[in-house]
Design a protein around this ligand. Structure first.
Ligand SMILES: [Zn+2]
Length: 216
């Protein structure tokens, strides 16, 4: 990606106008290069998305992806080659998860709306709850799982687990400044009382609070 003298001067001018600070050539080049990189990425993504949507008009049922890329399925999380990924109105996912959608085992909208469900590993990330405990709660009928056949992957829809699992927006991390120009992400239980946040949700009874609070 080439950035010309004129573009660099223009970038410095805009930066000065916006932030009141003069950048050196090196600083301006470095910043402009990064901005251009992000812009190219966003543009490539936009073009790819546009092409796929056009193709979808011709093939409303969807199509498998082309190319030799490897994708992460947003539902089961497996790395999947392009030709085993399926794209339709719900977005892209692997063909095994697609089959589970076709068979109405899981709703198609879980593909894009990842806030409407929890994956097994998210119990660890949000509650420090390991998979054997999650599986035990399923066996005890406390948690209701939807199981994707063939890969034995469980997902937990919030609507299936009302009063048990909280909406994810209650568990959002926040960004805290740890040094000048340095920010770090702080987990929800580090700045809120877990018992208070989860008081209306049964999952609280099964979380090891002291383990959660001692997590670094
Ligand atoms: Zn999948």
């Amino acid at each position: 990606m080439h950035i010309s003298e004129e573009q660099l001067e223009e970038f410095k001018r805009i930066y000065k106008k916006e932030y009141g600070e003069e950048l050196s050539d090196d600083e301006a080049y470095d910043a402009a290069y990064r901005v251009a990189g992000f812009a190219k990425l966003a543009f490539d993504f936009y073009v790819e998305d546009k092409i796929r949507k056009q193709k979808l008009r011709k093939d409303p049922k969807g199509f498998s992806l082309e190319g030799d890329g490897v994708y992460t399925c947003p539902i089961c999380g497996r790395s999947t080659p392009a030709n085993e990924m399926w794209y339709d109105k719900y977005g892209q996912k692997c063909i095994i998860c697609q089959k589970a959608i076709d068979r109405k085992i899981i709703p198609g909208k879980v593909c894009k709306n990842t806030d409407s469900w929890y994956s097994t590993w998210e119990f660890d990330s949000y509650f420090k709850m390991k998979t054997p405990t999650v599986n035990k709660l399923v066996r005890q009928n406390i948690l209701r799982a939807r199981i994707i056949p063939d890969i034995n992957c469980s997902i937990f829809l919030i609507k299936d687990n009302i009063d048990i699992l909280p909406p994810k927006k209650l568990l959002e991390s926040r960004s805290v400044q740890v040094a000048e120009n340095t920010y770090s992400s702080q987990r929800w239980y580090k700045f809120q009382d877990p018992k208070e946040v989860l008081k209306d949700y049964k999952i609280l009874e099964y979380i090891n609070i002291s383990k959660l609070l001692s997590d670094n």
